[in-house]
Design a protein around this ligand. Sequence first.
Ligand code: PGA
Length: 250
Amino acid sequence: MQQYVVANWKMYLDHNGVQELTQGMVKRVMDSPKPLPKLVLCPSHPYLMPVYEHIKGSHISMGAQNCHPEKYGPHTGEVSVAQVKDVNAEYVLVGHSEHRNEHAEQTSEHLNFKAKVVIEHGLIPILCIGETAEERASGKAKAKIAQQVADEIPKSVHPGQIMVAYEPIWCIGSDRTPSKAEIEDMHETISQELKAQVPNGNLIPVLYGGSVHAKNAKAILECKGVHGVLVGRQAVKLEELWKILNCKDE
Ligand code: PGA
């Protein structure tokens, strides 16, 4: 299966930073003599257009960090999937834990609907799921992510229309990552649940996210059931992101 490196730039960069990083990555990816994982850049909404201007014609794709599920209408301050599609985004992060945390309306029902609307527009939702430290400590981690998959993956979806990112909340923005055994165990649970929900659900790519950096990316990408990484802080540094993209060679 194709491997992915998704760069979630969160609210970190200004216009100059976005431009430098994007231009740097485009040059390196275009000059690379060997095939690389699929790189998806997810800038803040104001930078979708300038990022696209740099990546068009390259093998790099672009995603939005969120969108509103309504197609059109009086939603001040919101951005619709039609709008992010209009500026050539191909992916949308759906249900990132930081966004769930700051927006109470991001319930499983809402996220299921959002993912469905994203798919209807021909874009690929990257559904982010994961457990808190408390849920893990009390033995509820697997039940939590299985429930998220069951409730948030739209019915009648086909593999190829959606991706999942397993992002343990206790690892995001920290220095902690789960062990190889823990990652494989959680990815196995997700894979079982996807198979139960979706015909050929085992073909849906499942990424790992949470404190990925150049030194642990290779080991994470070698975990069974991991088809890519979703990278936050380390994805805003050109050298780090490039090393993560090339980590297989190390
Ligand atoms: P991090 O963020 O790499 O900074 O931990 C990952 C994410 O939130 O997607």
